[in-house]
Design a protein around this ligand. Sequence first.
Ligand code: 13P
Ligand code: 13P
Ligand code: MG
Ligand code: MG
Length: 388
Amino acid sequence: MPGEKVTLSVIKADIGSLAGHHKVHPDTMLAASRILAEAKKKGVIKSFYVTHVGDDLQLIMTHYKGVDNPEIHELAWNAFKEATKVAKDLGLYAAGQDLLSDAFSGNVRGLGPGVAEMEFVERPSEPVVIFMADKTEPGAFNLPFYKIFADPFNTAGLVIDPRMHDGFIFEILDVFEGKMVRLSAPEELYDILALIGTPSRYVIKRVYRKSDGEIAGVVSSERLNLIAGKYVGKDDPVAIARAQSGFPAVGEILEAFSFPHLVAGWMRGSHHGPLMPVGLKDAKMTRFDGPPRVVALGFQIHNGELIGPADLFDDPAFDEARRLAQLITDYMRRHGPFMPHRLGPEEMEYTTLPQVLKKLHDRFKPYELGYKPVIKHSEELSGEEIHD
Ligand code: 13P
Ligand code: 13P
Ligand code: MG
Ligand code: MG
């Protein structure tokens, strides 16, 4: 109905996969699709598209129930549960991996699945781009989302289009503390960067167009290890960006991924590697369980229906980005178990590495360094005078 708000929900989970953490089995996608098809018949959702990126099962849905709706979240949860049953029957690897709870309690956030949802009044033509990544974390979208919505060298529309010229508001989460701050671009660009340059902790959650407050982008912010308190798998994220007519053009949105920047994840969720943009046919992880990959599907939302998709990175224009990602893969791999290929100690706390280190604990003897080390753990500036 004209004027009514449509909701686009992208909800994903790793419910088990074929050949280790390589890719989703088609039978699990079928099981999830059946549940969504029933819900569509009953009018719970308007339309849906089920796909996968690596070992992550992706549910893309439209409906009129708003974000965080218990009925929609329960539907996704049931679809994942049904798919998990199939994964268990087939003996797939890590069946039920991301479903951290046995019981659903009104919302899938906090139970393991990743969620990106936005609600808006449909424009006469409503193009959206849905990003889905595997072997990485929500903060992987910090750099490209910054470029899309704040960097005029990426997005010409920030300069040219009067509807975007005022800039965008970035809603940034501190996922360690459960806090949120809204910062305004371009006035507060350096503050935005001071936070989002630490992608493990500060995550761009939403982006709004400043001139009218319209939602422009949203990213999933669920971090599995912070929910579970241990490493169970990486929190492979999803994101949505609205395009054209006062938002960045589709090509501006995609341009941000032409640089395969380093992200955390990859093998055992414990390594930095390049984020490689790929088409669906290449959305499967191989080398060192990666490298981390991102797929972009373009849809038009029309009368609440998902029209599409267009497999946007399935294009020779991204061949060089992929080639560079391969070169970076070689370069990073040669570091073996060394940082900065392997993640730093804060992130490794959640893996099985501390068990190994514990064995060495008693082997350490006192040693006079000749100074008393001053160790600081705070991410925030202490406020003391700093000399550089
Ligand atoms: P067309 O002239 O092909 O419609 O493209 C317009 C545009 O702005 C592309 O970014
Ligand atoms: P996923 O998070 O994609 O399941 O990958 C886990 C892993 O350990 C890969 O090496
Ligand atoms: Mg997995
Ligand atoms: Mg995965």
